[in-house]
Design a protein around this ligand. Structure first.
Ligand SMILES: Nc1nc2c(ncn2[C@@H]2O[C@H](COP(=O)(O)OP(=O)(O)OP(=O)(O)O)[C@@H](O)[C@H]2O)c(=O)[nH]1
Ligand SMILES: [Mg+2]
Length: 536
């Protein structure tokens, strides 16, 4: 059913602090939507998202790269992108965040919002990606509703509660959805809900309807006159607030117990923008540099951004793209506007964790993977052969630490560097390059754990091992302030006519990193032309 209307297409990233339950919520959403037959767990290795050996070593579980899963539910087509929470691995999640239309900020209810929560919220806002929040783990020991809600007030957002948890820890029963005042939890608990729960839910509902009205003049007028808004008005006001980053809707629940997750799914449908709501993308025409806007219209010229590369054991290198405009079909030839090369697209694959499903077309907002797309790299922009557009390339993350790397066994040298180059192709925050001043090969990444995980992957995928060392620091000198009249002398008396010369140069520092500039201020041929290079 994937080829639904643009208005029913949703793509979103799961973001947040490390270990707060992003992958578990992803598994739970997939199961609740009927996309997986059983609830996957990050702990027993049954997760369809955390599928790499590096993500579960038997003691620790953590996501090390973004994982994608497309699914259909209630006439909507979704693409879910589960991103890593650990800053060591966030590189390709940061790139993915530039290619999706929304995000779910997952926050653990035990210790509330943390540094990673606000960092990822800001990153989403910087990419103009609308955000909904899921307050997760109400079934956990020490889950604390009031403290968790209090922690959200430090987020520099305007949190608005959309569901109310009932009970906590072992006694967590479910949530009351505040849009419809409906019960989402154990059916037997519904009948037992005490009156004060309904009264509390009513009060919270009034507070949130008021908050919605406050962000929209038209709705505020109606609310002040009639004291109530219709369901349709509430949703319209909320969605507009989310789109403008004025409101952060908060849904409560437990990913592990699958409570509150159906409310989250409904809110993804009604509150996140479709590609059409999100609006036009900036680009330039392929021929010149004239700015143009790209409409997310299936009949417009094709354009797409490549936001991920996967080394798939069976399919080879997969380029994952988000279609921005037009419709892509198998066997079409497209232009890589970044590299000015043409290439043929083979089959279109819809990513579903480690598996893929072949589809016959993909339109705006859809995410598809294409195998062996010659010369395509993460961040590149694609378009149709004729009359295409050049979208802005995606911003690539940069490494912050480097190690000198050498093949453990000298005879593996070629294989090591070819394999490292492949890994770097898949992971945009990993780079390998030679430092010309020291001659060392440097492997750069986001942190020590990032580099060590890459080395582990290298052994697993390519069966080669490397040694890591602290890189040599090239020693360089420079001048710190201007000096004038620095004297240089040339004396040459060995054989023939002797040479004798004196020259004076002035030196002044340039901005750091801008190299050396030589300016010839010799007047009247005081120094012969042919000697100037020697002076330099
Ligand atoms: N009790 C309980 N445990 C949960 C819940 N959600 C997640 N967990 C546990 O919390 C731990 C971390 O969950 P993950 O889903 O891997 O968290 P994550 O945010 O994806 O972690 P990173 O990808 O490493 O950032 C695991 O041990 C989960 O079983 C929940 O709702 N209830
Ligand atoms: Mg995870």
């Amino acid at each position: 059913m994937h080829n639904v209307q643009v208005g029913q297409t949703r793509s979103f990233a799961l973001i947040g602090h490390a270990g707060d339950g992003k992958t578990s919520l992803g598994e739970s959403l997939l199961h609740v939507a009927g996309a997986t037959p059983e609830l996957g767990s990050v702990e027993d290795g049954s997760s369809v998202l955390n599928s790499l050996p590096e993500e579960n070593d038997g003691h620790h579980t953590h996501t090390v790269t973004s994982h994608l899963f497309a699914f259909d539910v209630d006439d909507y087509h979704f693409t879910l992108v589960d991103t890593p929470g650990d800053p060591n691995f966030q590189g390709d999640g940061e790139v993915a965040l530039q290619a999706v239309d929304g995000a779910v900020l997952v926050i653990d209810a035990v210790d509330g919002a943390k540094s990673g929560t606000s960092r990822m919220l800001h990153m989403a806002e910087a990419n103009d990606v609308p955000v909904l929040a899921f307050l997760n783990g109400f079934d956990r020991d020490r889950a604390n509703f009031d403290a968790a809600i209090e922690s959200l007030s430090y987020l520099d957002a305007n949190p608005v509660l959309l569901s109310m948890p009932v009970g906590s820890e072992d006694d967590f029963k479910g949530v009351v959805d505040l849009i419809d005042l409906s019960w989402h939890g154990a059916p037997e608990a519904a009948g037992e809900l005490p009156d004060d729960v309904s009264a509390a839910a009513q009060r919270l509902r009034e507070a949130f309807v008021e908050a919605v009205a406050e962000h929209d003049d038209e709705l505020l007028e109606k609310y002040l006159e009639e004291g109530e808004l219709t369901r349709e008005e509430i949703i319209r006001g909320l969605a507009a607030g989310v789109r403008r980053h004025d409101i952060l809707p908060v849904v409560c629940g437990s990913a592990q117990r699958e409570l509150g997750v159906d409310v989250m799914l409904r809110d993804l449908e009604v509150l996140l923008p479709s590609p059409a709501d999100r609006g036009e993308w900036e680009a330039s025409d392929v021929a010149g540099d004239a700015p143009v806007s790209v409409k997310p219209d299936p009949d417009a010229p094709f354009s797409a951004v490549v936001f991920k590369t996967i080394l798939d054991r069976y399919a080879g290198t997969l380029s994952v793209m988000r279609i921005v405009s037009g419709t892509l079909r198998p066997d079409q030839t497209v232009l890589n506007a970044t590299r000015d090369t043409r290439m043929r697209v083979g089959k279109l694959l819809m990513p579903m964790g480690e598996k893929h499903e072949e589809v016959d077309e993909a339109g705006p907002g859809d995410v598809v993977a294409v195998a062996k797309l010659k010369d395509a790299h993460t961040g590149d922009v694609l378009t149709c052969e004729k009359g295409g557009v050049h979208l802005h390339e995606l911003r690539m993350p940069e490494g912050v630490i480097s190690y000198a790397v050498a093949a453990h066994d000298r005879k593996d040298e070629d294989k090591v560097f070819a394999s490292l180059a492949k890994l770097a192709e898949e992971d945009p925050a990993l780079t390998i390059g030679r430092e010309p001043t020291t001659g060392e090969f440097l492997l750069s990444g986001r942190g020590e754990l990032h580099i060590r995980t890459a080395v582990h992957k290298l052994e697993r995928l390519f069966n080669v091992s490397v040694d890591l060392r602290t890189p040599k620091v090239p020693y360089r000198e420079t001048i710190k302030k201007p000096v004038t009249h620095v004297e240089g002398k040339l004396k040459k008396q060995s054989g023939g006519a002797g040479m004798y010369g004196v020259c004076f140069i002035d030196l002044e520092p340039l901005p750091r990193g801008s190299g050396v500039e030589f300016e010839d201020k010799v007047v009247g041929g005081a120094i012969p032309r042919n000697l100037i290079p020697a002076v330099e």
